[in-house]
Each structure stands twice: as structure tokens, then as C-alpha cells.
Design a protein around this ligand. Structure first.
Ligand code: ASP
Ligand code: MG
Length: 408
């Protein structure tokens, strides 16, 4: 008998029929002799709808009230699923974040988990009751509702699995695992059977939307094995776990694209100490993630600094950058929005050289211009024109023989 935490995403509970199907899957898991703790998302589109409502009523909704609103979507699904299970004669009970005791800090809409009580869930399990837990939510020390950032139900599931020392955290979604590339772009893309936490973290941060990046960080920290699989079909999906020798053999595990990118260039910046600190300090204070940075060789004591930010943070970033640019007497600030980032990820890069040169060669053969490059131990990313992104992904997938990867 294993203890499993099963998380079902928004599309898996998107309507009543699907909720009934999830109830069947849970009953099956129980019949197979396992104990289950269920974590649910809101119905797909619901959190967006609530977000929209809040921003229609006022441009800057109060964060505390926003969290009260956003967390309500998960209340709907947990209650409905608990009813569906009870309708099948199975003992089940819904739990809000507060009822479990998921305690977070007070950063509304992006709260971090401080501790997870296990008592209430363990008691339910002892009595043979299936706990159905609302994902994405917790409470702070003042008992105000908080939410864990978009996609935060994954984090709830991983955190519960860690706290309960579950054998596995299973993330049920609408795809049957993590792929070597987006199958909509590369039809020959393959499911990856096994991935390391680090690779998954890179892929998740790079825009592969199957798992929330913070949940992967959490899983790595506590060593929770995470299985990503489909609630719509059978299959083993992808197992995310500690790196092993088998993984190292694969040079590149996946190629991914990210369109949520914009480039800002500050032109004619005085080349003296403290300028970069000032510029990026202002952006960081606004919690905007700067990804790539390039500073040109200075000419006549002036230099250009280019960097990328998520496109949806661009308006705020521009405000800040323009202000700093005036203060430091830079000549101009330029923006380019139609850019994208293509990245290769794989733990094999640690021990093999030549990935970067093969990547650049491939893009060159496709006549694709590279604007910026960044690397980490297990990743190489290039910024290019957005219009070239799909072509770049297809060409790289082929150049690294990802369709032949026989890891599954
Ligand atoms: N419902 C929340 C969202 O859409 C949390 C989740 O689904 O993981 O972001
Ligand atoms: Mg999700």
C-alpha cells in the first residue's frame, strides 16, 4: 500500500462530467489498495475569470481581497468532488487551505509556504476518509487567505506530499507527460520518461507550462518524486526525480520556446561604477525578473545595456527604467517586443562539450539571427526574432535527434 497525493488540474475538473471521471479514477486508486490525498485546481478558466472581475471593479484591487476572491474557485471543485465520491459510497471530505493548516507568509497572490500541518489530513486518512484539498491557497499568521501564485495547486500537492512523506505526488493534467518539445510545433516530439529536478526546473522556468516552477523547487528540496500524467488516458507519463546515470547519457533532453519576452536597451549610458546596480536594483525591487543582460564595450565612456524582461512586466519595467535613465543621463531607452527565447536543456551538457556550437551552427543554417545568448550548466538559451521561433525549435529538435531519444 502506498500513500499517494494526486493533483488534478483545471481541465481535469473543467466540468461535471470530468469531475465524475476524476471520482472514478480516485475510486480505482483506492481499489488498488492505496491511500489517497486529493488536491484540486479550480475549473479551467475560473481563476482568470475571477482575476478579470477584480480588475474590472477597480484597476488595483486590494491584494487581501483579491486572494479571498481567487481562492474561491478551488472551493467549488473540492466540494463537488467530495459530493461525487460520497455519491459513490466512498467517505470523502473537502478541506480548504485553512482547514488543513497550510501556513504561508503574507505576500498576497505569491505567498510562500512556511509550514504545513499534517494532523487534520492524517486523522482523515486514519478514519478511511479521502481528503479533498483545495490547491493554491493557504492562510497567513493573521488567518487571512493567501494564494501561492498562478499554477499554485502543484505546489500545494508537492508540499502535502513532502509533509505527509507520501510515496509519490502524481500531477494529473491534460497532457500525458513532459515532451522533448511542444508537440503542436514539433509533431515528432516524444514523451520524456524520466527527468531530473534540475532539468524540469529549467524547463518549467523557460515556459513549459506542465508544472509550476516553484513546485519543482520544492520537490527537489524535499526529494518528492513527481509523476506527471494525463487524467484523460492511460500511461506512465514523466517521472521527475533525482538525477541518475541514465539521464546523463542524454545530451539534450528538450528544446523549449518562450514568447513572453521583451528587450529593453538603455543607450548611451555613462560607463562608471554603480550604474548597473542602480538600473537593475530598481527593476528587482519591483519583483521583475531580468533574464539576459548584455553590456557593450564602451566607446568614449558611453556604453549600451540591453536586457530582457517578461513581456507582461514591460510597462512597469519601462516606467522604472525611464526614470533611472533620466537620473543617470542616458541618451535613450529602446524597446523590442517581437522577440522570443529558444532554449536547450539537458544534464548531459555538464559532461559534454559542443552543444552550444551545434546550436549556433543549426540556427545559422536556418539563417536565423541570434540577438542574445545565455548559458548555465545544463541550459543554453538564445534570443531571436519571434517570427523565427517555431522554425528554430523544429531545426534544433532535429539537429539533436530528439525524436530518436529512446529514454522511454
Ligand atoms: N487555479 C489556480 C490557477 O489557475 C491554481 C492552479 O490551477 O494551479 O493558477
Ligand atoms: Mg497548472
Amino acid at each position: 500500500m502506498a500513500l499517494l497525493v494526486q493533483k488534478y488540474g483545471g481541465t481535469s475538473v473543467g466540468n461535471l462530467e470530468r469531475i465524475q471521471r476524476v471520482a472514478d479514477l480516485i475510486v480505482e486508486t483506492r481499489r488498488a489498495g492505496h491511500q489517497v490525498v486529493v488536491v484540486l485546481s479550480a475549473m479551467s478558466g475560473e481563476t482568470d475569470r475571477l482575476w478579470q472581475l477584480a480588475h474590472e471593479i477597480t484597476p488595483y484591487p486590494d491584494p487581501r481581497e483579491l486572494d479571498v476572491l481567487l481562492s474561491s474557485g478551488e472551493r467549488v471543485t473540492i466540494a463537488l468532488l467530495a459530493m461525487a465520491l460520497r455519491g459513490r459510497g466512498v467517505a470523502a471530505r473537502s478541506f480548504t487551505g485553512r482547514q488543513v493548516g497550510i501556513v504561508t507568509d503574507s505576500t498576497h497572490t505569491k505567498a510562500r509556504i512556511a509550514k504545513v500541518m499534517t494532523g487534520p489530513l492524517q486523522e482523515a486518512l486514519r478514519k478511511g476518509v479521502i481528503p479533498v484539498v483545495a490547491g493554491f491557497q493557504g492562510i497567513n499568521e493573521q488567518a487571512d487567505v493567501t494564494t501561492l501564485g498562478r499554477g499554485g495547486s502543484d505546489l500545494t500537492a508537492v508540499a502535502l506530499a513532502a509533509a505527509l512523506k507520501a510515496d509519490r505526488c502524481v500531477i494529473f493534467t491534460d497532457v500525458d507527460g513532459v515532451y522533448t518539445a511542444d508537440p503542436h510545433i514539433v509533431p515528432a516530439a516524444r514523451r520524456i520518461a524520466k527527468l531530473s529536478y534540475e532539468e524540469m526546473l529549467e524547463l518549467a522556468s523557460l515556459g513549459a507550462k506542465v508544472l509550476q516552477a516553484r513546485s519543482v523547487e520544492f520537490a527537489a528540496k524535499y526529494g518528492v518524486p513527481v509523476q506527471v500524467r494525463s487524467s484523460f488516458c492511460e500511461g506512465e507519463g514523466t517521472l521527475v526525480t533525482h538525477e541518475d546515470a541514465e539521464m546523463e547519457r542524454a545530451l539534450v533532453s528538450g528544446v523549449t520556446g518562450d514568447r513572453n519576452q521583451a528587450k529593453i536597451t538603455v543607450v548611451g549610458v555613462p560607463d562608471r561604477p554603480g550604474i548597473a546596480a542602480k538600473l537593475f536594483g530598481a527593476v528587482a525591487d519591483a519583483a521583475i525578473l531580468v533574464d539576459m543582460i548584455i553590456q557593450n564595450v564602451s566607446q568614449e565612456a558611453l556604453t549600451d545595456i540591453s536586457f530582457t524582461v517578461p513581456r507582461n512586466d514591460l510597462p512597469r519595467a519601462m516606467e522604472l527604467v525611464q526614470q533611472v535613465a533620466r537620473e543617470i543621463e542616458a541618451q535613450a531607452v529602446e524597446v523590442k517586443e517581437d522577440i522570443a527565447k529558444v532554449s536547450l536543456v539537458g544534464v548531459g551538457m555538464r559532461s559534454h562539450s559542443g552543444v552550444a556550437s551545434r546550436m549556433f551552427q543549426t540556427l545559422y543554417q536556418e539563417s536565423i539571427n541570434i540577438m542574445m545568448i545565455s548559458t548555465s550548466e545544463i541550459k543554453i538559451s538564445c534570443v531571436l526574432e519571434e517570427k523565427d521561433l517555431d522554425q528554430a525549435i523544429r531545426a534544433l529538435h532535429k539537429a539533436f535527434h530528439l525524436e530518436e531519444n529512446t529514454s522511454s
